[in-house]
Design a protein around this ligand. Structure first.
Ligand code: PGA
Length: 239
């Protein structure tokens, strides 16, 4: 694991440079995107680079990690709506090249279909991740088997509490989601994980230095050959 401790703004700039280099080398790169607060600074940098003509996503393909179950893609808190608003509508990626799991159809066929689309696109070149306070990656909560592929997950109470800030009440936070599995994430050729703030410090230390164990989903990343962690000093304070 490569660890880079820097400010949130500098991490976003450095990571945007990696996307620029990747897309220059491979115009049709397959990008794994994430939602949450953490990726927003990076998305702002990518939009800025696009506006300056430094980067183009015209031939890129994207797959998002997860989506709430039961939310229509037009629901303002759906992850599809988040991605459209914060990235896709502001860069030149064709909408039909963007994929977010379907929260309205949680059938086994849909789970397999998402995996099949990733495979058909050639696999993910660069997967972006945040980390939950409980160590989740995507919505893979503690205890998720390491060999899991795209699946329906029951959200933990801590995840629902953490995400309640986006809804008018905790009761409105969906109880389930669709998420790429741990194996799906581990199949990506390269992974970038961002963590910021003191609330992530303990779990970052467990993921980086603790045993590789399903109770800390992000600990599996120790076994991936190309992972870069961008941490701010607060998130890195127990390393
Ligand atoms: P955050 O979420 O970026 O909003 O902290 C990260 C996550 O839960 O994976």
């Amino acid at each position: 694991m490569k660890l880079i401790v820097t400010t949130k703004e500098d991490a976003a700039k450095q990571a945007a440079e990696l996307y620029r280099a990747l897309l220059r080398q491979k115009q049709n790169a397959v990008l794994g995107f994430a939602t949450g607060s953490t990726p927003l600074a990076l998305y702002t940098e990518l939009i800025r680079a696009y506006q300056k003509g430094e980067i183009s996503f015209q031939h890129a393909v994207s797959f998002n990690l997860d989506e709430y179950a039961g939310l229509d893609e037009n629901h303002p808190q759906s992850y599809r709506a988040f991605m459209n608003k914060n990235l896709f509508s502001r860069i030149d990626i064709p909408m039909e090249h963007t994929h977010v799991p379907n929260g309205k159809d949680t059938s086994a066929e849909q789970m397999d279909a998402y995996e099949a689309m990733i495979r058909a696109a050639g696999g993910i070149d660069l997967q972006l991740l945040g980390i939950g306070q409980n160590g989740h990656i995507g919505f893979n909560e503690p205890g998720t088997p390491f060999d899991s592929t795209t699946h329906v997950v029951r959200l933990s109470q801590s995840t629902r509490n953490a995400n309640a800030r986006f809804f008018s009440s905790i009761d409105e936070v969906p109880k389930e989601a669709v998420s790429m599995g741990i194996k799906t994430v581990m199949n990506a050729r390269a992974i970038l994980l961002f963590a910021q703030g003191a609330s992530k410090a303990k779990v970052v230390a467990a993921a980086v230095n603790g045993p590789v164990a399903e109770k800390v989903p992000a600990s599996i990343l120790q076994l991936h050959p190309d992972v870069t962690l961008y941490l701010d000093p607060e998130a890195a304070k127990y390393l």
